[in-house]
Ligand binder design. Sequence first.
Ligand code: 5GP
Ligand code: MN
Length: 354
Amino acid sequence: MIHALIDDRLLVRFRSLLNGAKRIVLTAHLGPDGDALGSTLGLCRVLRRLGKDARVVLPDMPPRALTFLPTIHEAVVYTRSEDRARELMSQAQLILCLDFNTLRRIDKLAELVTASTAPRVLIDHHLDPTTQEFDLLISYPAASSTCELVFRVLLQLQLTKLIDRLAAQCLYTGMMTDTGNFTFSCEDPELYEIQSILMRRHIDKQYLYNLAMNTHSVDSLRLRGYALSERMELCLERGASLITLPLDVLERFNYQRGDVEGLVNEPLTIPEVYWSVLMREEAGRVKVSCRSQGDFDVSVMCQEHFNGGGHKNAAGGELYMSMAEAVELYRSVLESIPIVDAAQAEPNNNENEQ
Ligand code: 5GP
Ligand code: MN
């Protein structure tokens, strides 16, 4: 039995917004991951089957590894087709914002969303949404993924009959990638009831796992090996790991977006490491990714020091400085972390979320 998690009053409003709109744009965060793409593409497909003129508009390109997702080639990408993205946003009668909690996370698309008069609905599982930016917030941080929330919305609106095999593949992929293939943030038994409904749409779990989570290019695999062997710096008495990937290293391995996805988790397999940072240089900035275990809160660290935020055990930020300056900043944060007595260190429970 899947209970009605989402407040009925929110769904009444969502239904009336849907009824009043023909042209609908769905969007998701910069550097879209499996959940961002799965939720927008899955819901878009269902809305089209409902007779809507729905389109996915993304701030930037999806990672190569996720280009197998059904209907992904129909998505309009701002960095590649700016005019088309502008046109769709300006014509939209409803804008659905999925898998992010603040318009800052959609980069240049934020301007277009703000310029539009269409109502904005948030469907998301990140903490602390910027409430004033949205007309309706369907925000449930305890959910495993935005894909789970999309499924629950459709279930409560009695629209699951419109979830066909392709939409089911999208929604399942987001639940799988955001939970590390059902390893963390997936204690809710109802998630498996949802999974069983999606499996009745004849999705192939192994095929989706292999493509979304178990496929690397030669360059990506070599870059990961190099990063762990040559670019990982440990400070075990403070439970810390830092991986730095400067531009010259990324160029040597022909870095493409998504090539180091999940790499920041690897140091957490060392029992003494309970927080892990990955710094990747981009033109003019350093992208920071953090993961932790147990009570160690990296979202607070990212807010306070790395110009970002996120969840307790998975957060990130961006630093507009050189890699050397970013590393210096990291070292000052590291020094503020108390030295732990190894005997009292927390067990390695691999808690994590996206
Ligand atoms: P990742 O490390 O996979 O890029 O991001 C993990 C989580 O950290 C994301 O789901 C998001 O909640 C948060 N996050 C990553 N980068 C940023 C950022 O630049 N700003 C904010 N506010 N959150 C971020
Ligand atoms: Mn997500």
